[in-house]
Ligand binder design. Structure first.
Ligand code: SF4
Length: 390
């Protein structure tokens, strides 16, 4: 794929989009073929320590549900109606053997639905290694560093058993460095999109970033470097549009066509919280020193805010306003998964803060399985026009 990317830059984004919709995980299957005996760990968003999985010589693969590619036949019988789509479609993937390429699944305490999903899968897939990480909820003091480092140590014990190899501190440091590079490259792409949105559309950035969930991080780094080299030579036309920040899509992802519709309807997306799991540290994780402590401290002190991470030292509704200012955005669009409780609860706080700061916003709710976007288009166009011609 890297050859294709360098050879035909413009086709890269369409190829990445195709990869996202393929529930056979072709790149993961290819990796397993190339690495006989290699293990794959699927992880649920948002704050999963990919570095540790990578240091075990395994392939970390983010699970973002099944989009609109799967009819629910088993999941509806195991979850009630008021559960977000990503939880149900991830269970459906497991129940229909589509996660057979995975040798283990990792979840964490992001919300009650994710917690339940972990244990429903564990019960229904008795042969599968399923683990659940407890993330600290009290950021005051250093006790949570120790606690999270001990959770990571416990995970390492299980991964060593599964892989049959020891995970050394040196391997962890190498993995931290390679993921630091990945996040740096993504940050540069985000900055490029913020400054030149006409040269890099958000849907393009999105598919490029999300495709990285299915390949080794080293390969993804190569793709990102290739794209960054090509982008300055690209041209594009500025259109009448308003600059917006997207908030609320940190876990379940909106349909790709919805992102396209938002851009077509007049939104220039200046910042967003899509695929947060690929860029959940806002600064490099230190490489020298105790790698597990560095990862644990980074979760507490260097990770991006979201509705499923609690930090009373730095309230997220204040951070959203700061994000809007840094992005030089005029408005916020809440793109929230239906039945996502953390996002729905936060909306009340966000709304109050935005109103106080006189920043207009538009709340929209999506499901993975959406086929027509006319209503969304109309709502976004009306919102855009109200700001363009006010
Ligand atoms: S979309 Fe929201 S409710 Fe669903 S698993 Fe993610 S954080 Fe939890």
């Amino acid at each position: 794929m890297r050859e294709t990317l360098a050879f035909d830059f413009e086709r890269t984004f369409d190829q990445c989009a195709t990869l996202l919709g393929d529930l056979t995980f072709p790149t993961v299957a290819a990796w397993k073929q190339e690495h006989p005996g290699g293990r794959v760990i699927g992880y649920f968003p948002v704050y999963a320590p990919s570095e540790i999985i990578h240091a075990a010589g395994m392939l970390p693969v983010a699970l973002h549900g099944a989009g609109d590619g799967l009819e629910l036949q088993h999941a509806d019988a195991r979850f009630g109606s008021f559960i977000c789509s990503i939880v149900k479609s991830t269970l459906e993937l497991a129940m229909t053997e589509r996660l057979a390429l995975m040798d283990g699944l990792l979840f964490s305490t992001i919300c009650d639905s994710a917690r339940n999903l972990a244990f429903v899968i564990k019960r229904n897939q008795p042969g599968m290694y399923v683990d659940f990480l407890h993330l600290p909820h009290n950021p005051n003091g250093t006790a949570s560093h120790d606690f999270l480092a001990s959770e990571y140590r416990r995970l390492i014990g299980h991964l060593q058993e599964l892989s049959g190899r020891t995970i050394s501190d040196e391997a962890l440091r190498n993995s931290i460095a390679v993921f630091n590079e990945n996040r740096n490259l993504l940050r540069r792409l985000y900055e490029f999109r913020r400054d030149y949105p006409e040269r890099l559309r958000t849907w393009e950035l999105y598919v490029l970033m999300r495709a990285g969930n299915f390949v080794p991080v080293e390969t993804h780094n190569e793709w990102l470097r290739g794209v960054l080299e090509e982008l300055p030579g690209r041209t594009g036309k500025r259109r009448d549009a308003i600059r917006v920040v997207i908030e609320g899509s940190f876990c379940e992802q909106p349909p790709l066509d919805l992102i396209r519709v938002m851009e077509e309807a007049g939104c220039t997306i200046a910042d967003d919280d899509f695929i947060l799991g690929r860029r959940w540290f806002n600064a490099d994780v230190p490489v020298a020193g105790d790698p597990l402590m560095n990862l644990a401290e980074s979760y507490q002190d260097r990770s991006v805010y979201s509705s499923v991470r609690h930090d009373n030292r730095n309230p997220r509704h204040k951070q959203l306003v700061e994000k809007v200012r840094q992005a030089k955005a005029q408005a916020v669009v809440f793109l929230t998964a239906k039945f996502c409780e953390p996002a729905c609860f936060d909306y009340v706080l966000f709304k109050r803060e935005l109103e106080a700061a006189k920043i207009p916003h538009l709340p929209l709710e999506f499901e993975e399985k959406a086929y027509t976007f006319d209503r969304f288009r109309m709502e976004v166009e009306t919102f855009v026009e109200s700001l363009l011609f006010e």
